[in-house]
Design a protein around this ligand. Structure first.
Ligand SMILES: [Zn+2]
Length: 473
């Protein structure tokens, strides 16, 4: 069996990760053998040892994975070398009462916009449904199962050109409540309800809120009776698989590159670093922390604004020190730590090149982009940016620079939020892409390998470089 190339693995990951839940589940599988799953409800003291590799999830949509260096010495604070990213992307999500009777005998799905999507790109796509389902089991317990219907079952059709005024055509304004509800079915619903469903004496109020066809589709995908569906959290997604493109396969087209591009490359790097000889000599903790809810501001139980990263630093440090470690110890640990916050970046667009300032216009396939903003929308400063540029120099990975034009608003990401919460030093960077927040985005294929090389370089070289920098930070 031939093994897949890095871009082929990426395509498979993007296609099979329609929601943050699928993304995290697939990333856990990518870690490979020998990784120990931690439970936040268990005692970690005694369970974490130097040389070990561990991971845990929160809400099953945020992932923390880490390797304890083989030379970590108890009672000597080791730093945390963290790559941070996010698992979520803007999309359309099914509302708690999804049943919607549309005009023309058409059944629609009631959806809510998640994040700041380029919503006009969701029109005329062949959409399916995926997410997590809370399943009622025969013994009275409940469990969570992931579902992916895969088949295109709904669509948001454009309004034809002939029914629009010139002004409407020119503006293409989308009313997010009125215009984005997808068409789901046109049938007499009774005919599609299974005999078992018809026998249901009374439906719960929750079941009444959903079209029985949708419930039967979910039930049949999970091979359970419809009555076992206790609840769900479902999203729409474009069924077109990710693919290579461009005359020489130099581009990669996919949904959710922001920020599954970082999820895929960071976990690939951590897994590869775990297998290298360098881990035995490492005195630090090498960590990847991928948070949900970045697209809506990160303020949630499992977002970058939650205490999860600070808790990870304290809890892992305490577990490695027999539950010990005073405030002095933890503060030193935090000061020795560093967050490499990585989110996708804006490549210069040939049709809109004036949107970039000429000296800070990243290209596709030309290396990782450091993002700087003096107004602290990004965390990069002279020291943290230098660390990444120096790693790039040592690992032969080209580094590009991005600063937004003064007359343009600037995006932001998890870096400033993590820095504010934890006080850990941070830099913001990312791979360049086009069509960010579109239903289908594009990036440079070669940037995947450059990013993996830089991430591995971060785990390998950070401590050496940091120790050479006296009074820099
Ligand atoms: Zn992002």
């Amino acid at each position: 069996m031939t093994s897949l190339t890095l871009p082929e693995k990426a395509l498979s990951h993007f296609t099979n990760s329609p929601t943050p839940f699928h993304n995290v589940a697939n990333l856990c599988t990518m870690l490979g053998e020998g990784w120990v799953k931690l439970n936040e409800l268990d005692k970690w003291e005694g369970a974490i040892v130097p040389g070990g590799k561990y991971y845990y999830t929160r809400n099953t949509s945020t992932l923390v994975a880490f390797i304890v260096g083989g030379s970590y010495v108890a009672s000597t604070p080791g730093g945390f070398k963290v790559i941070g990213g996010h698992t979520d992307s803007p999309n359309l999500r099914i509302k708690p009462c999804s049943k919607k009777e549309g005009a023309g005998g058409i059944t629609q799905l009631n959806v809510e916009c998640y994040g700041g999507g380029l919503w006009h790109t969701w029109f005329d796509r062949d959409l399916s449904v995926a997410g997590r389902v809370i399943v009622r089991q025969s013994d009275g317990t409940f469990k969570q199962q992931l579902v992916n219907l895969k088949k295109p079952i709904c669509r948001v059709p454009s309004l034809c050109i002939h029914l629009q005024t010139g002004e409407e055509r020119a503006s293409f304004k989308v009313n997010k409540e009125e215009h984005l509800q997808p068409i789901f079915a046109q049938v007499v619903k009774d005919t599609l309800e299974s005999p078992a469903d018809k026998k249901l004496k009374t439906k719960t109020a929750w079941e009444e809120g959903h079209d029985p066809i949708l419930l039967s589709m979910i039930a049949s995908a999970l091979d359970i009776p419809t009555s076992s569906i206790a609840d769900f959290e479902l999203s729409l997604y474009d069924t077109q698989p990710a693919s290579l493109g461009g005359a020489n396969d130099e581009f990669l087209y996919s949904a959710r590159l922001d920020n599954q591009g970082t999820c895929f490359t960071s976990i690939t790097s951590l897994a590869e670093y775990a297998d290298s000889d360098l881990v035995a000599k490492d005195t630090d903790i090498s960590m990847v922390c991928l948070f949900d809810h970045e697209e809506v501001g990160s303020a949630s139980q499992c977002g970058a604004g939650s205490p999860i990263l600070g808790e990870a630093v304290r809890r892992v440090s305490a577990a490695l020190n027999n539950g010990g470690g005073n405030e002095d110890f933890f503060q030193t640990t935090l000061r020795k730590s560093f967050v490499f916050s990585v989110d996708m970046a804006h490549a210069v667009h040939p049709n809109y090149s004036s949107k970039h300032e000429r000296n800070h216009a990243p290209k596709l396939n030309a290396g990782v982009v450091i993002k700087t903003n003096q107004n602290q929308r990004y965390t990069t400063n002279a020291f943290t940016g230098f660390i990444i540029r120096e790693i790039g120099r040592r690992k032969d990975v080209p580094i590009q620079e991005f600063v937004v034009r003064n007359d343009c608003p600037c995006g932001s990401t998890i870096g400033p939020i993590i820095s504010e919460k934890t006080g850990i030093r941070c830099v913001d960077a990312g791979m360049s892409q086009l069509s960010m927040h579109s239903c289908r985005e594009m990036m440079g294929t070669h940037d995947l390998q450059l990013c993996v090389d830089l991430f591995k370089g971060f785990f390998e070289c950070f401590r050496d470089i940091d120790e050479l920098c006296f009074e820099c930070s």
